[in-house]
Design a protein around this ligand. Structure first.
Ligand code: AYL
Length: 529
């Protein structure tokens, strides 16, 4: 077992709202909190906290508070911050939904989370409405931030002028958010994160990520995902930095916004590193303001990281973690240029880790004096670890053991200096552009096709070394099916990031005697090919 090499820190026992905004000084209130990347419109910290209070007041006036779950389906725009923190300040719990989701996927999350109120934006209203209708969420509970006929708008709610309510709850047990993650296996599940989990993780990340108040942070990674929620939205606001929002990734717009707004800090997932290292367009923009490119959510290739660092003239760092750990557990400190960029750096403060041999279940030896350990499954314990999966004790028990160790499903090694490296993934989860793709979801869609007898999905690497979902398909006897038809069928039923991008027809899907798909056999077959 290893404990973080950083000194322990004390985590304040407070709500996320008090933690982030309770001690804003007059000078800080006048600083810019958010900039809309497209229009340049600015929101100050004073405006932001004012709006958060008014929204919490409007929700409280409607009886929404502790015990309620409010859904948020919204790309990165400045109003996301108002709504997210307005919900939390009312005492309600926010469930953030992937803005690429299909109406079915939205409805599943709304139902599973037990959401009774729903906030979205007009471009996403058709999908949101279809999903809300399935649960009987009425139009007056479906708020359209920028306004739509028959629905309350954000302006309507703020305009009522209700003061923020007095709410009381225990930050250690009260759920702040329910983001969805498929974890090691199966379908997406609600990850129960308390106010204390979120507060702890910001404190833990702070020392090593190293943002400063004068940073201008490019916020293209989505706030609905735990990376964007903690490392961008909440961490940057805690530091009184400015967030420049982008609702979706587009390389030209991304480069334009960095140069126009003089962004100093860019959080990315690895596919953006590929573009930054290789795309000819990058040379046409002035990116000299950028001091740090920080990558997380999927493996970053070391050579690629070096290319980005030298081309842009900045530091490249990396973080690791998962939704179930709020998310940060490891970071390459941005002031440690000597560390290998393909490692995930050190354990953050107050965090413990074990590496356990997958075959024997025995802890691997930490190397003394030098060298690198054998690989083992990474186990994590700390104040950022989730309470469990909502309404799913079985899935919780599979991931969190009786001693509080969270089994990540990732295989790692560690050096004598405490530098970790992710070397493999034990669990079935696929990361496409840093987004989660659950094989179980795609397999169910594939089996819904009348000409498909059986199917299995794994992640494979494309020409750029990035992971993409690949389907192995067994065709029904006598049926005719080609790869394009398989891909078109999946595309019609899932969000764009979940598309199957490679298809191989196979005689039989390898399975254990208990009927479980033997993904490692499929992976081995892939490597042999
Ligand atoms: P989820 N290297 C390799 N794999 C990674 C990395 C990384 N740096 N980061 C995440 N993963 C994989 O819930 C790993 O398999 O959270 C892990 O179990 O969407 C899974 O993705 C979790 O996926 C930060 C910034 C963490 C971002 C994050 C990412 C949270 C992604 C810490 O500082």
């Amino acid at each position: 077992m290893a404990r973080s090499t950083y000194p322990d820190l004390t985590v304040p026992d407070t709500s996320i709202y008090e933690f982030l905004f309770g001690d804003l000084t007059d000078a800080e209130l006048d600083r810019v909190a958010l900039i809309d990347g497209a229009s340049g419109a600015e929101t100050s910290y004073r405006q932001l906290v004012g709006q958060i209070g008014l929204l919490a007041g409007a929700l409280a006036a409607r009886g929404v508070g502790v015990g309620d779950v409010v859904a948020l389906l919204c790309p990165n725009v400045p109003a996301f911050a108002t709504v997210f923190h307005g919900i939390l300040r009312s005492g309600a719990t926010a469930t953030t939904i992937n803005s690429l989701y299909t109406p079915d996927e939205i409805a599943n999350q709304l139902t599973d989370a037990g959401a009774t109120w729903f906030f979205t934006v007009s471009p996403l209203l058709p999908g949101a409405k279809a999903a809300a209708a399935r649960l009987g969420i009425a139009d007056d509970h479906l708020v359209v931030l920028d306004g739509a006929e028959g629905h309350p708008s954000l302006r309507d709610l703020l305009g009522e002028g209700h003061p923020a309510p007095e709410v009381s709850f225990d930050p250690a047990t009260h759920l702040a958010v329910l983001p969805y993650s498929s974890g090691t296996t199966g379908r997406p599940k609600g990850v129960m994160l308390t106010h204390a989990n979120l507060v702890a993780n910001i404190e833990q990340a702070r020392g090593s990520i190293g943002l400063v108040p004068d940073d201008r942070v490019l916020a293209v990674l989505p706030f609905f995902h735990i990376y964007g929620m903690t490392a961008l939205l909440n961490y940057a606001l805690k530091l009184r930095a400015a967030l420049v929002t982008m609702p979706r990734f587009d390389l030209v717009e991304f480069l334009r916004i960095i140069s126009e707004h003089r962004a100093t800090w860019v959080f990315i997932a690895p596919p953006i590193a590929v573009a930054l290292a290789k795309h000819p367009l990058v040379d046409q923009y002035d990116l000299s303001s950028v001091r740090v490119v920080f990558s997380g959510a999927a493996p970053l290739d070391g050579a690629l990281a070096e290319l980005v660092a030298s081309r842009i003239g900045c530091t490249v760092a990396q973080g690791y973690g998962m939704t179930e750990t709020s998310p940060v557990t490891h970071v390459i400190p941005t002031d440690r240029d000597d560390l290998d960029r393909s490692s995930i750096g050190f354990l953050v403060p107050n965090t413990e880790a074990r590496l356990v041999d997958v075959e024997t279940g025995v802890d691997v030896e930490t190397p003394a004096g030098g060298g690198t350990s054998e690989p083992g499954e990474l186990l994590i314990r700390g104040p950022q670890v989730m309470q469990g999966y909502l309404g799913n004790a079985a899935a919780t028990a599979e991931m969190l053991d009786d001693d509080g160790w969270l089994h990540t499903g990732d295989i790692a090694t560690v050096t004598a200096d405490g530098v970790y490296r992710i070397v493999d993934r034990l669990k079935e989860l696929i990361k496409y552009k840093g987004y989660q793709v659950a094989p179980a979801v795609l397999e169910a869609v594939l089996l819904g096709h009348p000409a498909i007898a059986d199917a299995a999905v794994i992640g494979v690497l494309d020409a750029d070394g990035q992971e993409v979902p690949k389907a192995f398909v067994v065709v029904q006897p006598g049926a005719e099916l080609d790869a394009d038809a398989v891909m078109a069928h999946v595309t019609a039923h899932v969000a764009p990031h979940e598309k199957v991008r490679v298809v191989e027809f196979i005689e039989v899907i390898p399975k254990s005697s208990a009927g479980k798909i033997l993904r490692k056999d499929l992976r081995a077959r892939e490597q042999a090919a």
